[in-house]
Design a protein around this ligand. Sequence first.
Ligand SMILES: NC(=O)c1ccc[n+]([C@@H]2O[C@H](COP(=O)([O-])OP(=O)(O)OC[C@H]3O[C@@H](n4cnc5c(N)ncnc54)[C@H](O)[C@@H]3O)[C@@H](O)[C@H]2O)c1
Length: 201
Amino acid sequence: MELFSLKNRTALVTGACGLIGKKHCEALAEAGANVVLLDVNEKQCREQAAALGAGHMGIEVDVTRPESLIAARDKIVAHYRKIDILVNNAAINDMFENPLLAGKQSMFEHYPLEMWDRSWQVNVTGVFLCSQIFGTPMSEQGSGSIINIASTYGIVGPDQSIYIKTKTGSITFTNPRLIRQQKEPSSTLPVFWLLIGVIKE
Ligand SMILES: NC(=O)c1ccc[n+]([C@@H]2O[C@H](COP(=O)([O-])OP(=O)(O)OC[C@H]3O[C@@H](n4cnc5c(N)ncnc54)[C@H](O)[C@@H]3O)[C@@H](O)[C@H]2O)c1
């Protein structure tokens, strides 16, 4: 007897080529879903989709650019006819190009504005845009689930990192009444968050 199956479900994972994104994709594929891997590198997305087996797809997207997400959504709906699951996993952590400057730049007093803006764009605006753009077909079809990948750092931040503040943003974004079903506006789509501790390769 099959206790759990995602057969014939279309599952989207943003940041699919990263450390944890890969694992989400493997788990969804193992459960029978058709997985769509969304990340910034087209070649990597396609190769990882092929490595999962038949029925999966890799598409290059930038979660901060609506036109890129709309193009991906249209391609996915044309191919699979529906979207059932969205895992909002893409995020960036505070990283500094020059390790010699990292100590100083990561201090709150010196934190670069561009890095602050980029972190909010990817980690919070990206969640908003993906939920809106991929959530629309779910709302139309009256079913679907959104899972936001949160972090324990979003609740108990050990330092002044901006990453922590953005992950708090993605948690507060997880609102069960976020997306209404178009045919039945009193019903909403489920939005969950998955809280993850520190994971390293
Ligand atoms: N690794 C951890 O210890 C840990 C702990 C708690 C929560 N998390 C959360 O898990 C998720 C994945 O983290 P990870 O450790 O796998 O990170 P990672 O850096 O390995 O992967 C992130 C992925 O997001 C992609 N990405 C970045 N900007 C993008 C954009 N604009 N558009 C599309 N894709 C983009 C990157 O290319 C990368 O593949 C994140 O939401 C993170 O906050 C991670």
